[in-house]
Design a protein around this ligand. Structure first.
Ligand code: TRP
Length: 373
């Protein structure tokens, strides 16, 4: 089998997360680290218990500093292109949990130029229009407006450009060529871009005029950016940012790859209850058997069942309930149609709530966008 592709621009094939840990040189989140986190958070988020956040860099160091009284800030981001889907929400939901548990400030980057530079057929105006829609989803997740700062690359260019140049001066074309697969035909905006994504990892340190540890929750495909950032920041006199990294929510079509808005196989945060029902019923890949008789006899396979995986990733936080569903499905006591109905209900009750908060978020956008004091 050919190896899966995982980089900031493409995720395809069957991703082997163990292999990725080795290939990227990540540290696995082990029981010892989980216990250490739990000391501070009292409980563990399901995404930690279930190894959905599975790898990190220097998280122990961030906790060392925290235990000595040096607080860290969180940094994550969203480059707008298509609509927001459930896969995007995963790291953000987890980031919100970290913000609550550690009382951390969050710097949320909106690189409105990124997808314009990297994707054909998108204008800068397109990505900017979508960006304001995306902000609604992020605000709807309940981030604390007093502790959360949105930074928009083109709007906050005055704040960011100097830092980006300092990073860029340390990066040669040959360094980014291999990490990002660039060649002679790549536009120079794309080549420069990683310098912009590095900036929020030290921007708060510039603004507050003292070094502050940074923890970046992100999906593992972003790691190539932050490998570079980590190499460079100490040379500029800043801390290396730490990270905590998650795997991908599967698309409806099956457990390989990641949910992506370029395909039909995504559930969007703005989908209606009817859309969700139709998509799950029609498209969600099933680990069940071909006929009811066979299913009762052989049982289903939750590992490849997308509806089950959605419960595991996002929609059934209760471990006991999840294990019960799993057991019944494996034994053939629960049919695919029954499992799908559970998932549809869960997603729709989440979305109903989310969409209500999303509507109210429009008038809060201004509170979140960073303003210099
Ligand atoms: N490159 C990310 C994307 O394609 C956006 C992003 C910017 C980001 N800064 C980040 C993601 C920090 C995670 C963490 O959506």
């Amino acid at each position: 089998m050919t190896e899966a592709t995982v980089n900031p621009w493409e995720v395809s094939g069957k991703v082997d997360y163990g292999k990725l840990i080795k290939k990227f040189g990540l540290d696995k989140i082990d029981q010892k680290l989980l216990n250490r986190i739990k000391k501070h958070t009292k409980e563990l988020h399901p995404m930690l218990r279930r190894e959905i956040f599975f790898a990190h860099r220097d998280l122990n160091w961030v906790l060392d500093q925290y235990e000595k009284g040096e607080r860290f800030f969180l940094y994550t981001g969203r480059a707008s292109s298509g609509k927001v889907h459930l896969g995007h929400l995963m790291p953000w939901i987890f980031t919100k949990w970290l913000q609550d548990k550690f009382g951390a400030e969050l710097w949320f980057q909106f690189p409105d130029e990124e997808k314009f530079l990297f994707k054909k057929g998108l204008t800068l105006e397109d990505t900017q229009k979508q960006m304001y829609e995306d902000m609604l989803d992020i605000i709807a997740l309940g981030f604390d407006s007093k502790k959360t700062h949105f930074i928009i690359d083109t709007k906050h260019a005055d704040l960011m450009y100097g830092g980006a140049c300092k990073v860029a001066e340390k990066i040669t074309f040959s360094m980014v060529k291999s990490s990002f697969g660039f060649n002679e035909t790549t536009n120079i905006g794309a080549i420069f871009y990683t310098a912009m994504q590095a900036v929020p990892a030290f921007l708060p340190s510039i603004i507050k005029k003292k070094n502050i540890p940074c923890l970046i929750p992100h999906a593992v495909d972003q790691d190539p950016h932050f490998r570079l950032t980590r190499d460079i920041l100490p040379r500029l006199g800043y801390y290396k940012p730490a990270s905590i990294q998650c795997s991908f929510l599967p698309p409806l079509s099956g457990v390989n790859g990641k949910m992506s808005s370029s395909k039909e196989y995504a559930i969007y945060t703005t989908d209606s209850a009817k859309d969700v029902e139709r998509k799950i019923k029609r498209y969600a890949f099933s680990g069940g058997q071909k006929s009811i008789e066979e299913h009762r006899k052989e049982g289903g396979n939750p590992n490849i069942d997308v509806s089950f995986q959605y419960l595991r990733f996002l929609f059934e936080p209760n471990d006991k309930k999840l294990a019960e569903i799993e057991k019944k499905y494996i034994k053939g006591e629960m049919l695919t149609s029954e499992l799908k109905n559970i998932t549809i209900k869960k997603i729709n009750s989440f979305l109903k709530h989310h969409q209500r908060k999303r509507r109210k978020a429009r008038r809060k956008i201004n509170k979140f966008i960073y303003k210099e004091k």
